[in-house]
Design a protein around this ligand. Structure first.
Ligand code: AR6
Length: 179
């Protein structure tokens, strides 16, 4: 599914965030140390190779809501934008911190003049954020930033499962209806 809003294509697809060769940057659901891990971080670091962790050492640690940018190394993408999402119910206020991940990631992409970036559903795995709530925060935040975007023209959400994809498509439609 794909919508064009204020000149920006926003799409939801099912797949692996580490396998998005047509995107200039992908976003990592990182840990504070920017090391490899489970889920998204594991998939990205495995595909990028050990050079990614090496580069990230100088950028870590980061705080919940923050984002930093690195090269893509062996990934097909020029950059990886690493976001530390909030641990649900622990890093408070969770919604504001999650929103700031999306805002900061978009800002870094703009600073680099990137045209496309792909997000996973930050915080909804190990960090326990209920996915419907997280998707609402993600799309409301992104739609709120669209007017400020100059270089970013395509934003993709990459979801692992069919149910996750379905939920994101509904959340996007809902947020777009309100915008
Ligand atoms: N592609 C797309 N989505 C994925 C993939 C993938 N390859 N793998 C998992 N997901 P998580 P978090 C989904 O746990 O909650 C890590 O170990 C997954 O189903 O990767 O922000 C780090 O080291 C879920 O919906 O990120 C941190 O310590 C979503 O992506 C911690 O986990 C995010 O799951 C970060 O936790």
């Amino acid at each position: 599914m794909s919508l064009q809003i204020q000149g920006v294509i926003i799409e939801c697809v099912r797949g692996n965030i580490a396998d998005q060769p047509d995107m200039e940057a992908i976003v990592n659901a990182a840990n504070a140390e920017l090391r490899t891990g489970g889920g998204v971080a594991g998939a990205i670091h495995r595909a990028a190779g050990p050079e990614l962790e090496q580069e990230c050492r100088a950028l870590a640690p980061i705080r919940p809501g923050q984002a930093v940018i690195s090269g893509g190394h062996r990934l097909p993408n020029r950059h990886v934008i690493h976001c530390l999402g909030p641990v649900y119910g622990v890093d408070q206020p969770s919604a504001a911190l999650l929103a700031s991940c999306y805002r900061n990631a978009l800002q870094l992409a703009e600073q680099q003049g990137l045209a496309s970036l792909a997000f996973p559903s930050i915080s909804t795995g190990v960090f326990g954020y209920p996915m419907a709530e997280a998707a609402g925060v993600a799309f409301t935040t992104i739609l709120g930033e669209l007017a400020r975007l100059k270089s970013v023209r395509r934003i993709r959400f990459v979801l692992f499962g069919e149910a996750d994809l379905d939920l994101h498509q509904k959340a996007l439609q809902q947020a777009a209806g309100r915008a």
